[in-house]
Write a protein that binds this ligand. Sequence first.
Ligand code: HEM
Length: 419
Amino acid sequence: MTAIEANPVDAGAGSPDLAATVGAERCPTGLPVITARMLAAADTVRRIREAGPVHHVNMGGRETGLLLAGYDAAAKALADPRLMGEPPQALAARADRRTDEDLLDEEDLFFLPEEQHRRLRRMITRQLTHRRVTALAARIQGEIDALLDAVPTGTPVDAIDALARPLPVAVLCELLGIPSDGRRYIRDYVYGWIAELGAATPVTRSAGLALADYLRALIVERRRDPGDDLISAMARSEGPSTSEADVLSAVRLLLVAGNRPVTTLLASGIATLLRPRDRWQRLVEQPDQLDATVEELLRFVTPAALSSRYARTDTEVAGVPVAAGTGVHCAMRAVNRDPARFADPDVFDPRRPDNPHLAFGLGRKHCLGAALARAEARLAVGTLVRRFPDLTLVEDVHPSVSPTGHRQLLVLLDPRSAP
Ligand code: HEM
């Protein structure tokens, strides 16, 4: 992830938002450097939000960019085809790649060249259908039950270790049809990648190459002997416009995109419902509020704290001129708590009449796993509430830099069975 240094902001001509809100000579946060992880911290997000919807930032001194904190400005930017360019780092990495066989780094998978991105999106969208997600529900439920059956109910357990971290990997393995002997391998790789996020260390690089070899062999096998899984479906859809390399990139993209935000939603979501506990109790008494509660958790937690776009050509964003290659970064936790869009944005209210949160993004990069993520969250939270109505928070260890927002979330599943 990119370090963002905030510059004193100059209010550009024709930019009433900037002029009105960030005319101060200081960075909106008062911090010399802003990182993606800091954009996940509630305090930083509040300061950015209160300073206004649009800010100039300086990304590590390499390029200037915009930081958008307002809902309308971010929604327009995320959907703007003029901002579907690639970041300068991705272009440089591509130039460095020696052969077609050289694998893209995981983070570069999020910024593919336009044509390749279109091909991959089309292939995934066609195969990762609502029908496939619905058909997977019983297996997701089976994974949740097995994880919960394996932990004690009367002594404190870490809800992240017990459920929030293992569930999304298990679900992706089910979706993709990873055989049971390959699952530990996928799990170790995904956990390792998340732990090393942003640092392309030799360890993660060689683990990535080994994983790609494993997946390539699986794709070949599934083409020969297909099952009802997503790898088989995508491998079968190979044709003149898609290739084995596309199937491999799609699988890798799903593995890196489909884990961490689900873990964050479950970890921070369970903590949100238990603090204060009457939120949990309300859901126990009104289980029909489950879907609305998950939607409000998506807004309240906003697992993906930063969405970035890059200007394809010289253009203008929120009234501010931006040059080709400029980064436009949306601080999504500020966006989803913009008081201009959400009444009482800091209040957790599953009954809010209108909740058009942007937790899954918008436009041509809208999350391809949104239906699956909703299914996972509804089944996981619904099962916890049904099986453990008395679930109690014991301790919530919450360092600001943790990718999940929580390092440990100790809960007692059933205090009545405590020794
Ligand atoms: C609560 C869980 C999730 C959240 C909050 C979430 C959020 C997002 C967001 C905000 C984006 C767009 C980023 C942007 O605009 O630049 C995105 C993209 C993506 N997500 Fe998710 N996601 C979740 C779960 C999943 C799951 C379970 C999968 C896979 C099964 C998945 C697959 C993807 C893919 C493939 C993309 C890239 C789309 C593209 O580049 O066109 N996501 N996600």
